[in-house]
Design a protein around this ligand. Structure first.
Ligand SMILES: [Zn+2]
Length: 364
């Protein structure tokens, strides 16, 4: 795998910090080279979305992103294609201290050349194939110790008809592969498509034992109203962007990438997490986003708290949360030793995230 830019720029503390990623889109991890490879494999002309260096053409807002993203995804057609994307993300996750990832996928954006929706079965088969390839790779490379556990979140597109979401949910519940899907989500342009529109579909998903989340960003039209609907009327378990923050992605919405909001909520004890969203297009995988917040003023201790929050907010068993917390705790102790500090000096209370007296200023 080509060396990522962050690997040369980001201090080792963030690169290896044990953490979970709760907001990343499988389709958003498509790198330019992967798109060209898929186009070639499927016999298509690559879409006109690359600059002279082979990177995606620059975009400066969400509309620009959505246009390039939509064209890139036209090259994804088969289960093997989906498996390759899955494998690509997992390879990167493994190098970034990610212990557990909850990866969203959006069945409604995959289309055949004639415009027909690619069946959910094809997409689920691709994810299953990706899971098998990852297991094989871990066995071959003896990498089980850095295993990344994964659960999937099936996202509906909010500007598509409710009946389509309903059909896809039925297809999921009838699928033999539903066991790796932990929950459902909602994404896409929220203008004129409030959360309440999907109340019944989400109720059915909850009845079937699935967790629920919705993209409900702040500083959009009707943000507060939509967040209220998601929490009180639909009863979601999480809110994407609200709790699963994505600094690099935010930059395409507001110039300060909501830095102050993230810091303020984190310091008020809200279970804010840091995530990457669409890193193949926007740059900045999870470690890069942690470092972005560090460079913007968050202390190491605050970012450790964000990592702890990512464990608390994940949709795994209490036992797995406990194991991940222990790994994070061990890392903090070891890091203190590497820095030549007394362990107590850098102690962070895992239960509260509060430092003890004798505060240590963040090392550079
Ligand atoms: Zn997102």
């Amino acid at each position: 795998m080509a060396e990522e830019r962050w690997q040369t720029l980001v201090p080792p503390f963030f690169a290896s910090l044990p953490k979970c990623e709760l907001h990343v889109h499988l389709e958003g991890t498509l790198e330019p080279e992967a798109v060209r490879n898929l186009a070639e494999r499927n016999g298509f002309e690559p879409p006109d979305i690359f600059d002279g260096d082979g990177n995606y053409k620059p975009f400066f807002n969400m509309e620009g992103f959505r246009d390039i993203h939509r064209k890139a995804i036209t090259c994804v057609q088969t289960p093997e294609d989906i498996a390759d994307i899955y494998l690509g993300y997992l390879e990167r996750a493994r190098c970034q201290g990610i212990m557990h990832a909850e990866i969203s996928f959006n069945p409604q954006i995959y289309r055949r050349r004639n415009g027909e929706r690619i069946p959910l079965t094809t997409i689920l088969e691709g994810i299953q194939l990706g899971r098998e390839l990852v297991t094989e790779m871990e066995a071959e490379t003896n990498a089980q110790t850095r295993r990344v556990s994964v659960r999937m979140i099936m996202c509906f597109l909010r500007d598509r008809p409710i009946a389509e979401a309903d059909t896809i949910l039925t297809e999921l519940l009838d699928s033999p592969f539903k066991s790796f899907v932990a929950g459902v989500g909602l994404e896409g342009n929220d203008k004129n498509h409030p959360p309440i529109k999907f109340k019944d579909v989400f109720a059915r998903a909850k009845e079937a034992g699935l967790k629920t989340t919705m993209h409900c960003d702040i500083n959009l039209d009707n943000s507060i109203k939509h967040i209220r609907q998601a929490v009180h009327d639909v009863g979601v378990d999480r809110i994407d962007h609200g709790l699963t923050c994505c600094p690099t992605s935010n930059f395409f919405v507001v110039p300060d990438f909501k830095r102050k909001d993230i810091m303020s909520l984190l310091n008020q004890g809200v279970l804010i997490t840091i995530n990457s969203d669409n890193p193949g297009f926007m740059g900045g995988y999870l470690t890069g986003n942690f470092y972005k917040m560090f460079a913007a003023g968050l202390s190491k201790e605050e970012l450790i708290q964000a990592a702890m929050n990512s464990i608390s907010m994940s949709w795994v068993s209490d036992q797995q949360k406990q194991q991940m917390s222990e790994r994070l705790h061990l890392y903090i102790r070891e890091y203190a030793l590497i820095e030549g500090r007394d362990e107590d000096e850098l102690r962070v209370e895992l239960s509260t995230g509060q430092e003890e007296e004798g505060k240590v200023s963040p090392a550079t």
